[in-house]
Design a protein around this ligand. Structure first.
Ligand SMILES: O=c1[nH]cc([C@@H]2O[C@H](COP(=O)(O)OP(=O)(O)OP(=O)(O)O)[C@@H](O)[C@H]2O)c(=O)[nH]1
Length: 629
């Protein structure tokens, strides 16, 4: 017997679970679903950086798992299944995706990242309805995801290792099993518990309800374009309703966006129109209502992108995150009084920030989320405040001239700021304020990426390094921490070196870092075993890069090396939107661009750097190392 009528719709169908996960099997068996298990052979190796959000990665992997099984079963002339279900669970923390650990060290790395913090668990699910027609496999794919927030307590090293030694982490996303020993690590769970375990049962049933019980014609005609979901719960549905999946398909096939064709992704509790995934009435010019497919959520998200960015920028400029770190939770009226803004405007800004996941809103007032405390307050080690202010004050005016930049193929500083600087960096150095703002922005990104850049390769063979254009020294300080025998010289323009003292870390690691002023295009370069160019080459056109690389090559002895830190594009330049948007960013303000691994290889080769190694770090900067032979 199946308690839920929605699951009853699957009773007569051949259902296949394309997963080896014993937890998924158990969750679905427990609710009376009858199915076969055919584990997917799809390797979970999709390029993570090509997805703009972690849930997209989980959804795509789930889809590929299910597709592989559907195709394999069809090709092998086994009876084609009616429904194939695939799922993929990932953990997302600090913009990183964690899957199952490969060994104990990996489990330790993951659990240490989660320690004392909140993270998100996403499970992507794909439901594929299959039909075999003239021996051709036809498929209708529905996909969705669910997000659950989980917070770990502060855990000691000893406890972490004891847990790792239990063996439990090894086949679990993020390295823990919330349903067993791992439950002891968890302080709270916000959202669907089973989603963390590996399968969002509630959302799955709602999705089936949407598929098998689409809204009746009567309901559709009376709904407004922006109506909330037509199927919000599945409990009150009875088998007596007259619709079926095939009827619904005919109405839902259109997707004017050209984007994913079914199953708009949404989080639980979000009741926007996107959530329905159903036909909604649109009136044509004659006032006759016609069916359109679900809303093009990705396009709508992109259309809204600039509003979300600006809300973040303004909240940062007003130092709302600093304020809430000290005084939260606080009411809108108190925040408005303290920062000197209108109550009505502040309240809307705070609500928008809460909806974007930057703040939490409770009856006590607004408070920072963990990631706002870490990244959005102005004084934290990993603060992005400097870069956000730079984005608002410098990049935003440049980007408003993107159309000119694309038409003319050149930077737009003259339009954005009313003056044409011959030298790229002159813009920054004409005022102390702008200079410090730019340095703070570079410092933010350098801090966030420094550990991954420093550890992408083993650099312990080098005794001295010179960070050309090393700005505030953030990478240099990280390097001397990771490699205690290394001495690093930061070489940058006099205007930069004059302002570095503000960014110096306190503590005993300052001695192996020295600052030397000079222009790497004109002056002699300091002697070193390792020359570092982090976010430098992307500022310049190839001709200028050749000037710089030939200077580095001339002072680089055999056995010495060059290390580049840049966003490395894939060779076809089609995947990594962060890097491709960064390349537009370089267009509006420099003569440079982001380049692919092969392009960097070709540039280096011309200057005697041959054995080029590239590491994609998963962070904002990738690393290229080449030892001169
Ligand atoms: O708290 C828990 N979190 C996660 C799990 C289990 O972790 C894995 C996640 O891995 P994946 O989604 O890749 O699924 P696989 O096990 O590899 O099986 P597939 O055949 O579907 O690829 C999943 O098993 C979760 O159940 C957990 O148990 N507790």
């Amino acid at each position: 017997m199946v308690l839920n009528p929605v699951l009853g719709k699957l009773v007569s169908k051949r259902v296949v679970l394309a997963s080896a996960s014993p937890r998924r099997r158990e969750i679905l068996t427990n609710v009376g679903l009858r199915f076969e298990v055919v584990p997917s052979w799809f390797k979970e190796t999709l390029e993570k950086s090509s997805f703009t959000a972690p849930y997209e990665y989980a959804v795509e992997t789930a889809k590929q798992k299910a597709l592989e099984v559907a195709n394999r079963m069809h090709v092998k002339h086994m009876r084609t299944p009616d429904v194939v279900i695939g799922a993929d669970t990932i953990v997302s923390v600090d913009e990183q995706i964690l899957e199952k650990p490969v060994d104990k060290q990996d489990a330790y790395r993951m659990l240490s990242r989660l320690n004392g913090k909140e993270h998100s668990v996403f499970t992507g699910v794909a439901i594929i309805h299959c039909h075999s027609k003239d021996n051709q496999l036809e498929m209708e794919i529905t996909d969705f995801y669910e997000e659950t927030k989980v917070k770990f307590s502060e855990l000691s090293e000893e406890l972490l290792w004891e847990y790792i030694d239990s063996g439990e982490p090894m086949d679990k996303a993020g390295g823990y099993g919330i349903q067993a020993l791992g439950g002891m690590l968890v302080e709270y769970v916000h959202g669907d518990f089973l989603n963390v375990v590996g399968f969002p049962l509630n959302h799955f049933c709602k999705k089936l309800a949407e598929l098998y019980y689409p809204p009746s014609k009567h309901n559709i005609q009376h709904k407004k374009y922006d109506s909330i979901p037509s199927v919000d719960t599945f409990e009150n549905l009875s088998d007596g309703e007259s619709s079926n999946f095939t009827e619904h398909k005919a109405a839902s096939k259109l997707d004017h966006s050209g984007m994913r064709s079914s199953g708009a992704a949404y989080t639980s509790g979000n009741t926007s129109a996107v959530r329905t995934g159903f036909t909604v009435p649109l009136e044509n010019q004659n006032g006759v209502s016609q069916s359109a497919s679900k809303l093009p959520s990705k396009i709508l998200e992109l259309m809204d992108g600039f509003r979300a960015s600006k809300a973040l920028f303004v909240a940062s400029k007003l130092k709302i995150f600093d304020h809430l770190k000290d005084k939260g939770p606080a009411k809108a009226v108190d925040i408005a009084n303290d920062v000197g803004t209108s109550v009505c405007g502040t309240e809307r800004l705070l609500d928008a920030c809460a909806s974007l996941g930057l703040l939490e809103k409770t009856p006590q007032g607004y408070s920072n989320t963990d990631s706002a405390n870490t990244y959005l307050t102005s004084d934290g080690k990993y603060s992005l405040h400097g870069y956000i202010i730079h984005s608002n004050d410098h990049l935003w005016p440049l980007f408003t001239n993107l159309e000119f930049a694309v038409k003319e193929g050149s930077r737009q500083n003259h339009r954005a700021f009313g003056k044409k600087a011959d030298d790229l960096f002159k813009d920054y150095y004409h005022s102390q304020e702008v200079n410090q703002r730019f340095m703070a922005a570079m410092h933010s990104i350098a801090h966030l990426t420094a550990r991954d850049v420093a550890t992408a390769f083993d650099l312990s063979q080098f005794k001295s390094a010179c960070d050309l254009g090393g700005c505030t020294g953030a990478l240099a300080y990280e390097l001397v921490q990771v490699y205690p025998n290394l001495k690093v010289t930061v070489f940058d323009l006099p205007e930069v070196i004059a302002n570095t003292s503000y960014f110096q870390p306190s503590g005993q690691h300052t001695a192996p870092v020295t600052f030397v002023s000079g222009d790497f295009f004109k002056d002699n370069l300091p002697e070193a075993d390792l020359y570092i160019l982090s976010r430098v080459l992307h500022d310049w056109p190839d001709e200028k890069i050749h000037v710089l690389l030939s200077k580095v090559s001339a002072v680089c002895r055999p056995g010495c090396a060059i290390l580049l830190a840049e966003m490395v594009l894939d060779d076809e330049k089609k995947n990594r939107s962060t890097a491709l948007l960064q390349s537009l960013n370089m267009l509006v303000q420099t003569e440079g661009k982001e380049r692919s691994g092969s392009e960097y290889q070709a540039l280096l080769k011309q200057h005697g750097f041959k054995n080029v190694k590239i590491r994609i770090t998963g962070n904002l900067l990738d690393v290229i190392l080449c030892v001169k032979t």
